[in-house]
Design a protein around this ligand. Structure first.
Ligand SMILES: Cc1ncc(COP(=O)(O)OP(=O)(O)O)c(N)n1
Ligand SMILES: Cc1ncsc1CCOP(=O)(O)O
Ligand SMILES: [Mg+2]
Length: 245
């Protein structure tokens, strides 16, 4: 199937149908001396997170990707989505059905070409990074499934950070987003702390992508629950109430 036909066929069943409110917190791994990527994923899944991104910047490793893929498949629950940063080929090899692509990674349209060629298009999600409204438009046209928009603040988790957007940046971009009638789910990213959730959700974003604030908490499992409950206050999860998290 060609990309244009794919996007057209998606329009009928809702191209963003997977984002129905159950995946509003994306946890992104960041290996530290304290935790491996799998340790982190186990903790956040225990805390109720059902969307995890495996990000291995200096230590890309297929075995780790396979372990994480199996864990999320068998222990993450039916609605759990696992995503791999940067590398589509490794995602496919590991059985991971979501890849996140930045502006220096493979273009979103090229990723879809490969996914469609392999007959995996019914399963896959392709996320894209945006730092501006124009980036959102481009990624949406290329068929991105969701956007990671940022950075909100300075963070040490990512090198070569783009200029920070701050709350005003999000407010402006989300206004343009609404005026353009876009529907692609937007996730805020970059140095996000618990207190940032409320003002960010007020801008109309779909959810939050976070790493450090959860890993560095004394109890990452409890911190995950706290994040999800706070996000739910602004956009209630239609499938789970707080007592189920
Ligand atoms: C949800 C989400 N948003 C943005 C990014 C950043 O991706 P990228 O710009 O490719 O930078 P790296 O993560 O590869 O350093 C992301 N990973 N996830
Ligand atoms: C991957 C990425 N892209 C922009 S900021 C960032 C890091 C997110 O981690 P943290 O929540 O620790 O800032
Ligand atoms: Mg990248």
């Amino acid at each position: 199937m060609e990309l244009d036909n794919y996007l057209e066929s998606c329009a009928g069943r809702g191209r963003y149908a997977c984002f129905t409110g159950q995946n509003r917190l994306m946890f992104i791994t960041h290996r530290t001396n304290k935790y491996t990527e799998l340790d982190e994923i186990k903790m956040v899944i225990k805390g109720g997170c059902n969307w995890v991104q495996l990000r291995m910047k200096d230590n890309l490793n297929l075995e780790v990707a396979k372990e994480v893929s199996h864990f999320t498949l068998f222990k993450g629950g039916l609605d759990c989505v696992c995503c791999l940063d940067d590398n589509l080929e490794m995602a496919i090899k590991a059985g991971i059905h979501c890849v996140h692509l930045g502006k220096n990674d493979m273009p979103v349209s090229e990723a879809w070409r490969i996914i469609i060629e392999k007959g995996l298009d019914d399963l896959f999600l392709v996320g894209a990074t945006a730092n501006t409204f124009e980036d959102i438009l481009k990624a949406d046209r290329e068929g991105a499934s969701y956007i990671g928009l940022g950075p909100y603040r300075f963070t040490e988790t990512k090198k070569n950070l783009s200029p920070v957007l701050g709350l005003e940046g999000y407010q402006k971009i989300m206004e343009q987003y609404r005026e353009a009638g876009l529907e692609i789910p937007i996730f805020a990213i970059g140095g996000i702390q618990f207190e940032d959730i409320a003002p960010l959700m007020e801008t109309g974003i779909e959810g939050i992508a976070v790493s450090g604030a959860i890993i560095n908490a004394d109890d990452p499992v409890e911190e995950t629950r706290r994040f999800i409950r706070e996000i739910n206050k602004h956009k209630p999860d239609p499938c789970r109430n707080d007592s189920e998290i």
